[in-house]
Structure formats: C-alpha cells, structure tokens
Design a binder for this molecule. Structure first.
Ligand code: CAA
Length: 276
C-alpha cells in the first residue's frame, strides 16, 4: 500500500543517523502524539542554536513518522522559553547574523505540515513567545507569561513577534507589548485571543497531550487541509481564502475518509479512518 508520508525508516536512511539531543527531550506518546520538551533549565530554555537545531531535527522526525498525527512542544513549569540565548548573541555583529541567516532555522516549526500545539507554562518571552506563536495554537497553563521584551536589550523581535503578535492580538496590544516590553498573563492572553485555552498547572502537559490525542484521532487528510485553510486566512483576501477553502472542501469528497466519516455517522458508530 502506498504511504501518505515518508516512513521513519526512510527518514533514517535519508538523514543517515541519529542526532543526540542535549537541549530537548523527544518522546512518542500514546494516541499518535509526538512530545518535544525544551530542556535547558539552567538558562530557562533560552533558544540557543544547538536547541533550535535539535528542535528542527525532532520536527523532521515526527513529520516523517506515519504514527504521529500531532506534535506538542512544551517547556518546564517555570519557562516555556525565555527567548533567544542572549549570552550566545551578545558578541555577534551584523555580518555574523546576516551571513548565517540567523533565525531562519526557527522557521521549521511554522513549516510543519502536521499540527503543532505549544503548551506554555511559565515564561514565553521574546523568541519563546515567537516560537509559541509559530505553532498552530497555544494552550496556556495558569502561570503562563507572554512578552516581547527585546526593546530592553536594544533590539526588537526577530522571529516574527511584531507580525504574528499583531495578527493575534491587534495593533494596540502588540504595540504596547513590543514598545514597553511588558508581560501579559494567561488570563489576558486568553481574553485577547493569543491562546486558545487556559488549563490548570496541575497535570498541564497531560491535559495538552489529551488535546493533541484528540487532533491525532481525526482523519489525517482533513486535519492537514483544515490547517492549510486556516493558515491561508492570514496570507490572502477573504474572497480568495473562501475560494481556497471551497476547493479544499470539494477535494475531501475524493477521500475514502469522507465516505467512511459520513457512513459512520449514518450508522451511528465511530468512524475508522484510513487516512486516505
Ligand atoms: N538568554 C540566556 N540566558 C538566559 C535567558 C536568555 N534569554 N533568560 C534567562 N537566562 C538565564 C539567566 O542569565 C540565568 O542564568 P545564570 O543563573 O547563569 O545567571 C538563568 O537563566 C535564570 O534566569 P534569572 O536568574 O534571570 O531568572 P529570574 O526568575 O530572576 O528571571 C526572567 C526570569 C524574567 C525570564 C529573566 O531571566 C529574563 O528577563 N530573561 C530574558 C528575557 C528576554 O529578554 N528575552 C528576549 C531575548 S531576545 C530574543 O528573543 C530575540 C528574538 O526575538 C529572536
């Protein structure tokens, strides 16, 4: 049977080996969920180059793995991530960041075709907030704290903060956060639409995994197409976006899962997806 995605075996033969992680942990969870935990507690998960490379590699692996239907990125109880690594960036000059195309590697998360959920507890500041916003949606623990405090360092957001935050929360709030560097707590983030839901800190990761399992349990093609459609809303006019959605909607009628989903509804049973 032809596979929808490359297999993990294909992945290994293409990549030719296994990257050892020292800044993240990588765990395949039940229900087709891939968990990535940022794990640099000594620096509040500051996003150094090595961490970003490991994160990209982990996304590559989950993307190539047919068993995974949804990815969760989380950090610790104290920090999702406190931003780009200031100590690593401190001595860099313009030519260093320009020639190395600094930040480009961060875009891997936003380019993932599978759904990615950011599960944010504690600080999500600067690049940490930007990383969370490059996921498909953010679930926040009660203690989550968001901010773009780059102005305090004589720089500005560089991983999409000024653009994505504005789309999430509107001009006034985004300006306020980018110009004053103030933090936003979970309640405010929920109220203004930066996060999709706020969950208790207790069992937070387990609750986020439960949401991911729910996403992963759906028909894979419909999930991928729904994600493409929502993302298209940010890149095009309303009329073009609606046309795009309609075309995608029509194409679901060519899937086996549309037949199965509707048949199962009529027969009052749970659908058995073929992901085709
Ligand atoms: N980079 C490197 N190290 C960091 C860091 C960062 N972004 N954030 C925290 N750390 C380190 C601290 O230096 C400290 O290390 P030492 O013990 O070796 O001194 C350790 O993590 C613990 O931090 P604090 O002692 O400061 O912890 P705190 O609880 O007192 O404060 C905090 C927490 C408010 C998050 C504070 O650490 C802080 O303000 N961090 C920086 C936040 C920030 O400015 N982020 C933006 C970075 S720039 C960026 O992200 C650019 C971009 O857009 C891509």
């Amino acid at each position: 049977m032809k596979e929808d995605f490359r297999t993990l075996k294909d992945y290994w033969s293409i990549k030719g080996g296994c990257m050892k992680y020292s800044n993240i942990t990588f765990e395949k969870k039940e229900g087709g969920v891939g968990l990535i935990t940022l794990d640099r507690p000594q620096a509040l998960n500051a996003l150094c180059d090595a961490l970003i490379n490991e994160l990209s590699d982990a996304i590559d692996k989950y993307e190539a793995d047919n068993a995974i239907g949804c990815i969760v990125i989380t950090g610790s109880e104290k920090a999702f991530a406190a931003g780009a690594d200031i100590k690593e960036m401190q001595s860099r000059g313009y030519m260093d960041v320009y020639k190395s195309d600094f930040i480009r590697a961060w875009e891997r998360v936003g380019r993932c075709r599978k759904p990615v959920i950011a599960a944010v507890a504690g600080f999500a500041l600067g690049g940490g907030c930007e990383l969370a916003m490059s996921c498909d949606f953010i679930v926040a623990a009660e203690n989550a704290t968001f901010g773009q405090p780059e102005v305090n360092l004589g720089i500005l957001p560089g991983a999409g903060g000024s653009q994505r935050l504005t789309r999430f929360v509107g001009k006034s709030k985004a300006m306020d956060m980018c110009l004053t560097g103030r933090f936003m707590d979970a309640k405010e983030a929920d109220r203004v639409g930066l996060v999709s839901r706020v969950l208790p800190l207790e069992d937070f990761v387990e609750s986020a995994l439960k949401i991911a399992r729910e996403v992963s349990s759906k028909s894979r093609p419909s999930i991928l197409m729904a994600k493409e459609c929502v993302n298209r809303a940010y890149e095009t006019s309303l009329a073009e976006g609606i046309l795009f959605e309609r075309r995608m909607f029509y194409s679901t009628f060519a899937t086996e899962d549309q037949k199965e989903g509707m048949k199962a509804f009529v027969e009052k049973r749970k659908p058995v997806w073929k992901n085709r």
